[in-house]
Ligand binder design. Structure first.
Ligand code: PLP
Length: 393
C-alpha cells in the first residue's frame, strides 16, 4: 500500500543482521558471541547515580533544557583536552554512529565512492548504502607495498569509471570486526594516498582507548589534521546508553556538520553531556576505564585460550591487542551464514563475516565478541561451537 510513496533512499536501506539476531533470541538465554555490547559489569552504577545527582544540584533546570548544537562547552572542553586539540575542532555527536552518518550526509552524493577496508564496520556500511554511496572495499595485506598497490588499483579503477572518491573510512585501532590495528607505516601510507588523490579520511576510533597490550599508535588525524575527520565515542569507555561521541575536524567541515545536525537532532542530549563532562573531569571515567581494561584483557585472554584448546584443526583467528572482537577464518568452502541456524538452534550465536565485506566475500569467516559474556559462559559457548564445527568436519 505504501510502496509508491517511499523515497529512493529507502530502497538502499538494509537491516542489520546483528540486530535481527537480537530480535530473534534472548541474548541471556544463549551463548552469544554476536553483539558488540560492553560488559554490564563495566557500568559504574553507583557513581553514575551520584554524578547524576551532582549534575542536577550544579546545573538545575539547565540540565534539561535545549543546548548548543555543538555540544555543551564543559564536554567540548573536556574532550578537546583529552584529545589534545583546540576546542573549535570539537563537535559533540549523539554517538559515533551519528558521526559516521553526518560525515556521509555532508560529503557524499549518490554514486560517489567511499573506500574502506574489507571487512569493515556494518553500521558504517548501512549508513553509506542509505546515501547510495558506491562502497569499494580493500583487503588488508601484511606486505605494505602490496597493500598500497591494492588501494592504488581500486582508486585507478574508480577514476577510470569517472567516479569521485570522497573519503576513506577506516577503523585503525582494534577494528570491528577483525580486532586488528593498522601499523604506523600503514597509517602514513594511507594518509599519503589521500593527499595524492585528494580525498578525505574518516577515522572511526571507538575502541582506541581499550588497549590491553603494546604501544599506542598515533591517530591518522595527528598525521594530517586538515584531511582527517576523527570520530570518538563514550560507548565503549563509559556506557553506550548515553549515546554520546565526538567528531574532531577542520572548523570548515565541522560547520557543515553543525548545520546538518541542526536538522537531525538540534543538539546532543544535554543531561547526558553534563554527566559525561563531570565523569571525565573528575577522573572517574579514567578510574573506571582502568578497571574495564583489566576485565576485557582477562576476557580476551580467556577466549584466546579457549579457542586454542577446543577449536578443530584448520581454523585461524586474529589476536587483537585491544577492542572487543576477534575474527575467525574457517577452511575454504565453509559458509558461516548457512551454519548459523544450526548454531543458534544449539544455543550459540556469532556474526557471519560476509556481512562485513562490502562485496559479500568472506563467507568462511565469523566475528566473535569477548566483552559481553562472563568467562564461565564463554567457556560453555566455545565448547559448544567447537563441537558443532568438529561434527561438521
Ligand atoms: C567501528 C564502530 N564505529 C561506531 C560504532 C557505533 O558506536 P556508538 O554509536 O555507540 O558510538 C561501533 C559500535 O559498535 C563500532 O564498532
Amino acid at each position: 500500500m505504501y510502496d509508491n510513496i517511499y523515497s529512493e533512499d529507502v530502497g538502499s536501506f538494509f537491516r542489520s543482521p546483528v540486530r535481527e539476531i537480537f530480535k530473534k533470541v534472548d541474548l541471556n538465554a544463549i551463548y552469544s558471541f554476536a553483539g558488540g555490547y560492553p560488559s554490564p559489569d563495566t557500568f559504574p552504577l553507583e557513581e553514575i547515580k551520584r554524578t547524576m545527582a551532582e549534575v542536577i544540584d550544579k546545573y538545575g533546570s539547565k540540565a534539561f533544557q535545549y543546548g548548543a548544537t555543538q555540544g555543551v562547552p564543559e564536554l567540548r572542553e573536556a574532550v578537546a583536552k583529552r584529545c589534545g586539540v583546540p576546542v573549535e575542532r570539537v563537535q559533540i555527536t549523539s554517538s559515533s554512529q551519528q558521526g559516521i552518518d553526518v560525515c556521509t550526509r555532508v560529503l557524499v552524493d549518490p554514486g560517489d565512492v567511499i573506500l574502506t577496508s574489507s571487512p569493515s564496520y556494518l553500521g558504517a556500511l548501512q549508513s553509506f548504502r542509505s546515501y547510495r554511496a558506491d562502497i569499494r572495499g580493500v583487503k588488508h595485506s601484511p606486505d605494505i607495498e602490496a597493500f598500497k598497490q591494492a588501494y592504488e588499483g581500486v582508486i585507478a579503477q574508480a577514476h577510470a569509471e569517472g567516479k569521485k572518491i570522497k573519503f576513506l573510512y577506516m577503523i585503525p585501532d582494534f577494528q570491528n570486526p577483525s580486532g586488528e590495528s593498522l601499523t604506523l607505516a600503514e597509517r602514513e601510507m594511507l594518509v599519503a594516498l589521500a593527499q595524492k588523490h585528494d580525498f578525505l579520511i574518516v577515522e572511526d576510533s571507538p575502541y582506541r582507548e581499550l588497549r590491553y597490550e603494546g604501544e599506542h599508535i598515533p591517530t591518522m588525524y595527528s598525521l594530517d589534521p586538515d584531511r582527517v575527520i576523527h570520530l570518538g565515542s563514550f560507548s565503549k569507555i563509559f556506557a553506550p546508553g548515553f549515546r554520546l561521541g565526538w567528531a574532531i575536524a577542520h572548523p570548515d567541515i565541522l560547520d557543515k556538520i553543525y548545520v546538518c545536525k541542526q536538522s537531525l537532532d538540534l543538539c546532543p542530549p544535554i543531561f547526558d553531556q553534563y554527566v559525561a563532562a563531570e565523569f571525565l573531569s573528575s577522573g572517574r571515567l579514567d578510574a573506571n576505564l582502568e578497571k574495564s581494561i583489566a576485565l576485557y584483557k582477562d576476557k580476551r585472554d580467556h577466549l584466546l585460550n579457549l579457542l586454542a584448546q577446543h577449536m578443530p584443526e584448520g581454523i585461524r583467528w586474529t589476536h587483537p591487542e585491544g577492542g572487543l572482537f576477534l575474527f575467525l577464518t574457517m577452511p575454504e568452502g565453509f559458509e558461516a551464514v548457512k551454519f548459523y541456524d544450526k548454531a543458534l538452534d544449539a544455543g550459540v550465536a556469532y556474526v557471519a563475516g560476509e556481512f562485513f565485506h562490502p562485496d559479500g566475500s568472506g563467507k568462511n569467516t565469523m566475528r566473535m565478541n569477548f566483552s559481553f559474556m562472563t568467562k564461565e559462559r564463554m567457556t560453555e559457548g566455545v565448547k559448544l561451537l567447537a563441537s558443532l564445527l568438529s561434527s561438521r568436519a
